[in-house]
Design a protein around this ligand. Structure first.
Ligand code: NAP
Length: 291
């Protein structure tokens, strides 16, 4: 039997309408306008299209989105200065520096300059640390979106074997941590993993975040597994595809995410959620200090 397709697009629409309601409440009851500042450096076409999609999603949810664009020649210290300005500006609830940055700028150093209280991407080492020890924080958007997708299926995660392929700081590593917190058993695979097929075949939930088109075929997947495809790859014909061979794997899996329309829309939704969370926290602090 063919797998049920998990529509990230539909789930994202549902969640965004709830976020919009909460944004409206925050504006009307606390006079706080949730605001996200996005910094885009250089002319990478994919980055430009991601930023455009984020701005559109913010505006549809009633979140103000300020986009600042700079040429590739921007220096690291100029970028740091701009981040500092946003850190100090009380009207800004979230700061996002679109990655990748030009090669002469140290990405990790830049992420560390964003105030952890405004790091709505959830990439700051302090926020990653808070996530590891289960403290309240901004969860990184893609892993957070994946967890929300699985939770929407109403299947139990406890005791499930989750296999994550990929160990990047923004997807692979944190997604495993989020499922560990949900009492799953986690195995990570990466480019040096031997006999990967034997490991992935034992996954109840298989999360693939590699960035290579169609590398996961049906023989990597256990009958009835849930398969989450994070990969976004542009083929020579201009079409987008994931890391999972969708046509083959959907015949084996119980649930599967498509590309496009799967993880991507949920990633942006969780960015809206994190910005709202930051603005709500600020509103609560303001009300406490005025009483
Ligand atoms: P990344 O930093 O390049 O990491 C890729 C990971 O895949 C690395 O850990 C690498 O292993 C592993 N890998 C590479 N070849 C492999 C192989 N043949 N077998 C097993 N593992 C292999 O990428 P990323 O930032 O995590 O992104 C992964 C994909 O997700 C990309 O296509 C990206 O565009 C997409 N993405 C999508 C969203 C979304 O919202 N939809 C968000 C973020 C990323 P090593 O560590 O050993 O090198």
């Amino acid at each position: 039997m063919s797998a049920v397709i998990i529509s990230g697009k539909e789930l994202a629409t549902e969640k965004r309408s709830y976020i919009k309601e909460r944004v409206e409440q925050l504006i009307s009851s606390k006079s706080v306008q949730p605001t996200l500042a996005v910094i885009l450096v250089g002319d990478d076409p994919a980055s430009h299209s991601y930023v455009k999609a984020k701005k559109k999603a913010c505006e549809e949810a009633g979140i103000k989105c300020i986009v600042e664009q700079y040429p590739t020649s921007l220096t690291e210290s100029e970028l740091v200065n701009r981040i500092d300005d946003f850190n100090k500006d009380c009207a800004i609830d979230g700061i996002l520096v679109q990655l990748p940055l030009p090669k002469h700028i140290n990405e990790l150093a830049i992420i560390e300059k964003i105030s952890p209280e405004k790091d709505v991407d959830g990439f700051h080492p302090i926020n990653i640390g808070r996530m590891m020890i289960n403290q309240e924080t901004f969860l990184p958007c893609t892993p957070y979106g994946i967890l929300e997708m699985i939770k929407s299926l109403k299947v139990s995660i406890t005791g499930k074997h989750v296999v994550v392929i990929g160990r990047s700081n923004i997807v692979g590593k944190p997604v495993g941590q989020l499922f560990l917190k949900e009492d799953a058993t986690i195995t990570y695979c990466h480019s040096k993993t031997k006999n990967m097929e034997e490991i992935t075949k034992r996954a109840d939930i298989l999360i693939v975040a590699v960035g290579k088109p169609n590398i996961i075929t049906a023989n990597f997947v256990k009958d009835g597994a849930i398969v989450i495809d994070v990969g976004v790859n542009r083929l020579e014909n201009g079409k987008l595809c994931g890391d999972v061979n969708f046509q083959e794997v959907k015949e084996v899996a119980s649930y599967i995410t498509p590309v496009p329309g799967g993880v991507g829309p949920m990633t942006i939704t969780m960015l809206l959620q994190n910005t709202l969370q930051s603005a709500s926290k600020k509103a609560n602090k303001l009300s406490k200090s005025s009483t």
